[in-house]
Design a protein around this ligand. Structure first.
Ligand code: ZN
Length: 295
């Protein structure tokens, strides 16, 4: 019998659950609206009650406790999402299904998914960045997702201001960090309207500023992690004409140091190979790892 795995992409608005041998062979899938934790997790458990799986991977919004020996391992911790602070995710899934559960952030999952099936296939050190409602990034370094005390929080990197820009930024913690200056809500606050409603000159001006701040964020990532490729996903990143400007501005901002032609190649900064499927693919990758660790 083919081994079926479970995958959960746990997001702020919906939980996508899937069963299959991998993202290319999904035999069942459902979407559960993100309500209160008990209702949402209950709906996820109902889905898996109907499907035999040998392991489940969960790629979740965070912040998460990922240290295996910590008493809160497997929890969403201090999220600003109302009602979700200190929510146990791994425990209830493990108790109900009695299979190994893999657990990581949505962006670390997306990075793993892109590495296994998408735009980072064959690479060992790369970064997945999402630019949408928030900004987050996951790094795979020498084939392993980077974790330490906590997971990376690349959305809160410092970015240099564009000369003349006096926008305060929208991050509740830092104001003008990467996320504060370049997330979807930041664009909406700056322009008084969501980015997807901008047209003509306003759109062009918005892209110019947005590309500056994304390039600043990516420059930090280039220098800190030395990735072979950076995959940029999320709703904002799919604005027409944005990524080419980001590539140009990144090249300008690297200013010829360390002078690698690779940083200027069009596929150094690239959209996801899996479109909006990176997250669920990552959850499958986490399930595979959890199963391998158990065997
Ligand atoms: Zn911040």
């Amino acid at each position: 019998m083919t081994r079926q795995l479970g995958a959960v992409e746990a997001g702020g608005t919906k939980f996508v659950c899937a069963v299959g041998t991998g993202p290319e062979n999904i035999v069942a899938r459902t979407k559960v609206a993100t309500q209160d934790p008990a209702t949402t997790i209950g709906n996820v458990l109902s889905f898996f009650a109907e499907h035999d799986v040998t392991a489940i991977g969960v790629a979740s919004f965070g912040p998460l406790e990922l240290r295996r020996r910590h008493e809160l391992y497997g929890y969403i911790t201090t999220t600003p999402k109302p009602g979700w602070s200190n929510t146990e995710i791994v425990g209830p899934l493990e108790a109900a299904t009695r299979v190994p559960i893999g657990f990581d952030t949505d962006v670390n999952g997306a990075a793993l998914g892109e590495g296994r099936w998408g735009a980072a296939r064959g690479l060992s050190t790369f970064v997945y960045v999402t630019i949408g409602t928030g900004i987050g990034g996951g790094a795979v370094v020498n084939g392993q997702v980077a974790h330490g005390l906590v997971h990376a929080e690349m959305g809160h990197l410092s970015v240099r201001r564009k000369p003349g820009d006096d926008f305060a930024g929208t991050c509740p913690f830092h104001g003008d960090c990467f996320e504060g200056m370049a997330s979807g809500p930041s664009m909406a606050a700056r322009w008084g309207t969501p980015a997807e409603t901008l047209t003509g000159d306003a759109l062009e001006a918005a892209i110019e500023i947005e590309a500056h701040y994304i390039a600043e964020g990516l420059r930090n990532i280039v220098y800190a992690i030395a990735p072979e490729r950076i995959i940029v996903g999320g709703g904002v990143s799919s604005i027409d004409g944005l990524l080419p400007q980001v590539r140009r501005k990144l090249t300008e901002s690297l200013a010829g140091y360390p002078g690698l032609p690779d940083h200027e190649k069009p596929d150094f900064v690239t959209p996801p190979g899996l479109g909006d499927g990176s997250g669920i693919a990552g959850a499958f990758a986490l399930a595979e790892t959890a199963l391998a660790e158990r065997l």
